[in-house]
Design a protein around this ligand. Sequence first.
Ligand SMILES: [Zn+2]
Ligand SMILES: [Zn+2]
Length: 278
Amino acid sequence: MTPEDIYDIELISKGPLNIFKIYENFQACMYLVCGQEKKCLTDTAFGFGDLAAITGQLSPLPVTVVNTHGHIDHVLGNHYFDKAYIHPADRELYKEVADNFANIAEDAKNDETFGALIGDNDFSSVKFPSADDIGDGDVIDLGGKVLRVIGMPGHTEGSIMLIDEDEKICFSGDSILEHPWLFLEESQPLETYLDSLRRASDILKNSGIERIYSGHYSYKPLTLEDLDKLICGVEDVIAGKLEGKPFTNHAGSGLEYEIGEFSILCPEGTGAEGRISV
Ligand SMILES: [Zn+2]
Ligand SMILES: [Zn+2]
């Protein structure tokens, strides 16, 4: 298995300061934003291939790694780097992955899909990097390019997004996407997520953002119109106007609310289901 089999790399903003979308075997998306002095890698997916080498080929600049949140499909590839940044509220999730890295890597070798990707790589001596704090209002200065951090409690408490005002792009992680997951143990109440979305909508509109690239399913970027649809959908779920369909997947179960081609995955007892009829 070569990096070409694992990664689908697309130039989503052309130079002099390039931005690349790096799609990992149809699982998770990372983004490499180049400045004049540094580059920023947003998320590291599962890290099936050598991300330090791959990002090094795309740009020789020193790298700053930022995780949009602490889930394994966004941080596991951090081990190719010396340091990363994460919101302190997701530090526990990060620590879980960091502490169990050797076992996770060993288990993955026996997995039907992942085993072939990992091959015989020996991860036993790998040191998972520590992560420094990053949060709402922080700025990542890449030299001639600045990325702004927006706190987005919802999917997880420590979820963040990054915006590039020059290129009018938002990197939304798992906060704004086609099928947001709010049913996880670490997810915040739907009302908290709604507050985050409304605040983000104001910021993105004021910044003139045109493209929203998420951590998954990024066949095409989302727009501010899509964000508005998502906000209306969450409002309707909270108001009990929509009927949820029970679902179960590898991460748990709950109710899925369809909103056009999008859907919101909520815990049981959300919306109309959670109302007490008298
Ligand atoms: Zn996630
Ligand atoms: Zn994810």
